[in-house]
Write a protein that binds this ligand. Structure first.
Ligand SMILES: CC[C@H](C(=O)O)C(=O)SCCNC(=O)CCNC(=O)[C@H](O)C(C)(C)COP(=O)(O)OP(=O)(O)OC[C@H]1O[C@@H](n2cnc3c(N)ncnc32)[C@H](O)[C@@H]1OP(=O)(O)O
Length: 340
């Protein structure tokens, strides 16, 4: 019998066995079967690829807050949002496990157009599939964070159905962002207003440059948060402070944000490049070491943050099981570090 491995682009590797047909009483020339057998294998690999892809889509659907049962038809919502183009959401994933996500619409203070909302979801999906990822920094182009939804788009989708659809779409995306097994930082330069303020609350930490502001301006627009920022803000700063920030549309500069627990650090420099370098340095103290362990730490916190106690404890046990006796644990047992 002749065996060989065959690598097909995008589909993967399959093992091909060729053997003469002994029933015909003649040695078949196996090589004549090769094209047919290659086709058979390509079909088998393609079927496997489709099964894996469908499993991933269904898994992401299961992770979503809203689905068909809530009247949430994602593909038609994306189609609507894609009518409003402009700007981009760029992602660079580095070999060190840190990703930089840039909101790139500086002409409009990085306001979210419809296509940017769709691109943000696509970047989050990329990050969900990035198994070596440890940390994420989100910032805006042009030394400012994000001015919320593009008001030109808001005008076009001001009817109830479109508004609810955009709300559910962004809540789905920001909830998945919040749950990423990466340690995430919002680098707030300039203005984080409206939906931009909400986006900062979907990150684990917020670092703010001199003169920057997080401001929930929704009330001044006759609104309340719709991207999940209200629910997350209460969990970050407590109900009283959240109510002041929402009902007063109050400004939170670095000092006030630190006092409220809304930010973790007031950065010294307003310079765009220096601020990003400082954010990288700050994040690195939490992302150094094996990705499996960093990701496990975030998963433990996510479970504890969202689940009832006993479910959180069981989840912690399961996560513990993924690192106990793992490479990093065994190596540390040999090295016996002193935790001075
Ligand atoms: C659930 C989320 C919620 C929703 O979807 O309904 C929202 O997020 S609604 C949007 C909430 N955001 C705002 O209301 C912010 C509006 N913008 C401002 O208050 C100011 O632009 C500010 C304070 C962010 C910056 O002021 P500054 O004087 O520094 O700059 P400009 O105002 O001249 O802005 C430059 C340029 O950008 C345009 N711009 C700014 N923000 C938006 C936006 N959100 N949508 C569309 N366009 C925006 C602004 O109009 C200027 O353009 P120009 O053509 O030069 O007039």
């Amino acid at each position: 019998m002749l065996s060989t491995l065959v690598q097909l682009p995008e589909l993967g590797t399959g093992e091909l066995h060729l053997e003469p047909d002994r029933h015909s009483g003649q040695e078949q020339d196996s090589w004549k079967e090769l094209p047919l057998r290659l086709t058979e294998m390509a079909l088998a690999l393609w079927k496997n690829f489709l099964q894996i892809t469908m499993k991933r889509i269904l898994q992401q659907r299961r992770l979503s807050l809203y689905n068909g049962a809530h009247g949430y038809e994602e593909e038609s919502i994306k189609k609507k949002l894609q009518q409003f183009s402009g700007g981009s959401v760029n992602l660079v994933k580095e070999d060190n496990g840190i990703a930089i996500l840039t909101l790139n619409n500086p002409k409009l203070m990085n306001a979210f157009t419809g296509t940017m909302m769709v691109e943000l979801q696509e970047r989050v999906t990329e990050l969900e599939n990035w198994k070596d990822g440890k940390g994420l920094i989100i910032h805006g182009a042009g030394n400012t964070f994000c001015s919320g939804s593009d008001l030109n788009v808001v005008k076009e989708i001001s009817n109830s159905q479109d508004g609810m659809n955009m709300c559910m779409f962004m809540q789905n995306t920001l909830t998945r962002l919040m749950r990423l097994p990466l340690i995430s930082v919002a680098l707030v330069q300039g203005k984080a207003f409206g939906g931009g303020a909400e986006l900062t609350t979907a990150c684990d930490f917020r670092l703010m440059t001199p003169g920057s502001e997080i401001r929930f301006v929704h009330k001044r627009m006759g609104l309340v948060p719709g991207w999940g920022g209200g629910a997350r803000l209460v969990r970050l700063v407590g109900g009283g402070a959240a109510l002041q920030l929402l009902a007063g549309a109050e400004r939170a500069g670095p000092e006030r944000a630190l006092a409220l627990g809304l930010a973790e650090l007031a950065l010294p420099s307003a310079d765009e490049a220096a601020a990003l370098a400082e954010a990288r340095a700050w994040l690195s103290q939490y992302t150094d070491g094996p990705a499996a362990v960093v990701r496990a730490a975030k998963k433990v916190v996510t479970a504890a943050r969202e689940l009832p106690l006993e479910d959180a404890l069981r989840t912690e046990k399961d996560i513990f099981g993924t690192v106990w006796g793992g490479p990093a644990n065994l190596e540390a047992l040999v090295r016996r570090p002193k935790h001075k």
